[in-house]
Design a protein. Structure first.
Length: 442
């Protein structure tokens, strides 16, 4: 599907898994496309058509002005958050913003089609704030009279991985399995290319086309698939399908979700949180018949979406490191906070004795030991919060190098300590460097 002449599209949430792919796909097809996000990663800033805006802070008038300024014909709303937390409000993103967007489309003075990305399922199955607010947005759109399409993709499989798709890849790369009940959950997938092709098909329709004026479609392959079968497809790709696996008990999955909820309070966005597990256990199912009949798109099968060929080395490295990344961050936080706390509270006399027995004046050794201990604790706290993690990791590397160099100059005998504390600082620096290099999520 190529773009009609001068057809212009606006993609909201253009930094996400679906939004990024759709933005690039529309441009490849010839649509003049503006991608908008609160922030783009450095690697995503490749087009002057991508704009960073505080999109959630824009009122209906500002949104209408954005649509008019760029002469937009199609607005694609890919915005969404999984769970309430610091900086994330499902009501604000899914319901309140959509209400403002509808008002903007209605008052912008242009004939605009709204394409909205929602979730499969029905209202009677909704149990989480994520699902109920998504459904409220659907009701607002359906009652607005604005030309629209509500798309409900199944489990989206894309070349890149983020959130739940990254988690499934990680599970496929390790000798673990989901609890049998969870593995049997219906989980109909869809290739992100099919989602993009559908959006392009809709974007090319004339606004007066009644067959595309108000539609709601489930986007997924029609054949029933379980979560376990999706995992098996990834295992075949990674070459791990023959491994013996240990099934995780359901309480362990719940514990992981609880830990994910706690980490989200610190600004991290782990895919394993209580909402994600609740939605996973609810399953992904729908009826794509209306979508297939209207667009003529033949859904990509699970095997085709995952790939008939083996995973590349970068795919395998990512999958293996995805879960280990969380362990690295946790271990570094505990290492710095525990080492500083032990030196400051549990064994402060022994800490100062290391210096005084080597000729340091007590009046200097005591405050120096206290300051360095509190510095260690501060490094751990900085790493614990997502917003300051990079600063904490860089600080930890420099502090560690400072300890090594300082001891070499002033207390060189510590390098010969039987337990080799300073020798072990080198691998700790490498671990912090690894954490720093894998901080990016997209």
């Amino acid at each position: 599907m190529t773009a009609p002449a001068h057809r212009r599209a606006l993609v909201l949430g253009a930094s996400g898994l679906i939004g990024r792919y759709v933005t690039d796909d529309l441009r490849r097809r010839g649509f003049a496309t503006i991608g908008v996000a609160r922030a783009f990663s450095a690697s995503q800033r490749v087009s002057p058509g991508d704009i960073e805006l505080p999109i959630m802070a824009l009122d209906a008038t500002a949104l209408a002005g954005l649509i008019r300024a760029h002469q937009i014909d199609v607005v694609v709303n890919c915005l969404g958050v999984l769970q309430d937390g610091p900086g994330s409000d499902t009501n604000a993103v899914h319901r309140d913003f959509v209400a403002r967007l509808l008002a903007a489309v209605a008052t912008c003075g242009r004939n605009v089609r709204l394409i909205h990305i929602s979730i499969p399922g029905t209202a009677d199955e909704d149990r989480t704030s994520f699902a109920t607010t998504k459904r409220e947005a659907e009701r607002l759109i359906a009652a607005s009279g604005v030309p629209h399409a509500i798309l409900r993709p199944g489990f989206v499989i894309a070349p890149s991985a983020y959130g739940g798709s990254a988690m499934l890849r990680a599970l496929a790369a390790f000798p673990v399995d989901l609890p049998p009940k969870d593995a049997a959950t219906p989980f109909q997938p869809v290739a992100v290319a099919d989602v993009a092709a559908t959006i392009a098909w809709l974007a090319a329709r004339p606004i007066e086309d009644e067959t595309a004026r108000a539609v709601s479609w489930d986007l997924m392959q029609p054949e029933p698939v379980t979560l376990g079968e999706v995992l098996s497809a990834f295992r075949r790709s990674f070459g791990t399908s023959g491994w013996t696996r240990i099934a995780m008990p359901a309480p362990l999955v719940d514990l992981g979700a609880f830990a994910g909820d706690l980490s989200s309070r610190l600004g991290w966005m782990p895919p394993m949180r209580s909402t994600a597990i609740a939605e996973l256990r609810r399953g992904v199912r729908g009826d794509p018949a209306l979508w297939i009949a209207a667009t003529g798109i033949t859904p990509t099968t699970l095997a085709e979406a995952v790939g008939q060929h083996g995973a590349s080395i970068q795919d395998k490295w990512f999958a293996r490191l995805f879960l280990i990344k969380a362990l690295i961050i946790v271990s570094l936080v505990l290492f710095w906070i525990a080492s500083g706390s032990i030196a400051l509270f549990a064994s402060f006399p022994a800490t100062t004795a290391i210096l005084t027995t080597r000729g340091w004046p007590e009046g200097f050794a005591v405050p120096f030991a206290a300051i360095t201990s509190m510095m260690d604790i501060s490094v751990g706290v900085l790493i614990a919060f997502r917003r300051t993690a990079a600063v904490g990791l860089v600080a930890g590397i420099f502090v560690s190098l400072g300890y090594m160099i300082g001891c070499a100059l002033f207390t060189p005998d510590l390098w010969l300590e039987p337990l080799g504390a300073l020798v072990k600082t080198g691998p700790a620096i490498v671990l912090m460097l690894l954490a720093l290099l894998t901080l990016d999520n997209r």
